[in-house]
Design a protein around this ligand. Structure first.
Ligand SMILES: N[C@@H](CCC(=O)N[C@@H](CS)C(=O)NCC(=O)O)C(=O)O
Length: 232
């Protein structure tokens, strides 16, 4: 039996982490026998991050490595796509995971109003006496990382301008079919939709949350991918 080590559900999502949702989607579609096991602290994991898949042989860190492993077991997430479409699928994944993800992190960790709710949700099990110092320490380290990555240096307006261009690119793809690369689910959808879903689920009405939640095409797309995977 495979075990997906994942962050718990949060804000109405299967997991607070879009990468964990992606991994769960892939596992569900692969039709292998698996179960979830929730962790709140990823520090002991191979990369200090989740998701991680426990296979009979080892711990497999990183959603991309999980994808490779599942494909080696026979799963196919880009079935029926041409070489060009596979390349487009790969680019969309990078856009979601290496750009939109950092937009989500800024929204969650830098906005005070969101942070207070996030702290209560993600650090609720830390003993009360040390909860605030621990949570504030993690917050400082995430914000330092975002500054080093670059996203933390933009004003909200600059950041939203960058997000807007990605969201418009996603929408343009959706004019041509129900999913990013046509009328069939592909690996790109398994990364992009959870990222948008996480933005939409931010429990405070931020500029980014409103942008995604208020967009009929994007919002319907998130639900359509979730329905097509059929995990819940
Ligand atoms: N490249 C990794 C990214 C995973 C990732 O960033 N996970 C975040 C949650 S969304 C995490 O575990 N963060 C904990 C930490 O950085 O301490 C993947 O695709 O799995």
């Amino acid at each position: 039996m495979l075990t997906l080590l994942t962050f718990p559900s949060a804000f109405g999502l299967y997991s607070g982490s879009p990468f964990c949702v992606k991994a769960a989607y892939m596992l569900h579609l692969s039709r292998l026998d698996w179960r979830r096991s929730d962790l709140l602290d990823a520090r002991k994991m191979p990369h200090g991050k989740l998701p991680v898949l426990r296979t009979p042989e080892r711990l497999l860190a990183d959603s991309d490595a999980i994808r490779n492993w599942l494909e080696a077991e026979g799963a196919e997430f880009d079935q029926g796509l041409s070489d060009l479409q596979r390349a487009q699928s790969r680019s969309m994944i990078r856009m979601a995971e290496d750009h939109l993800y950092f937009q989500l992190l800024m929204d969650r960790w830098s906005e005070d109003e969101v942070w207070h709710l996030l702290r209560d949700r993600f650090f609720g099990e830390v003993p009360r006496l040390i909860r605030n110092p621990v949570a504030n320490g993690v917050r400082r380290s995430v914000l330092r990382g975002l500054r080093a990555q670059g996203m933390g240096r933009f004003s909200t307006a600059e950041r939203m301008d960058r997000a807007e261009r990605d969201l418009e690119a996603i929408t343009a793809c959706l004019w041509h079919g129900s999913f990013l690369l046509g009328d069939r689910l592909s690996a790109a959808d398994l990364s992009v939709a959870p990222m948008l879903a996480a933005m939409r689920a931010t429990p405070v009405s931020t500029t980014l949350q409103r942008r995604v939640a208020g967009d009929r095409i994007l919002s319907d797309y998130i639900d359509q991918v979730d329905d097509a995977v059929g995990i819940s």
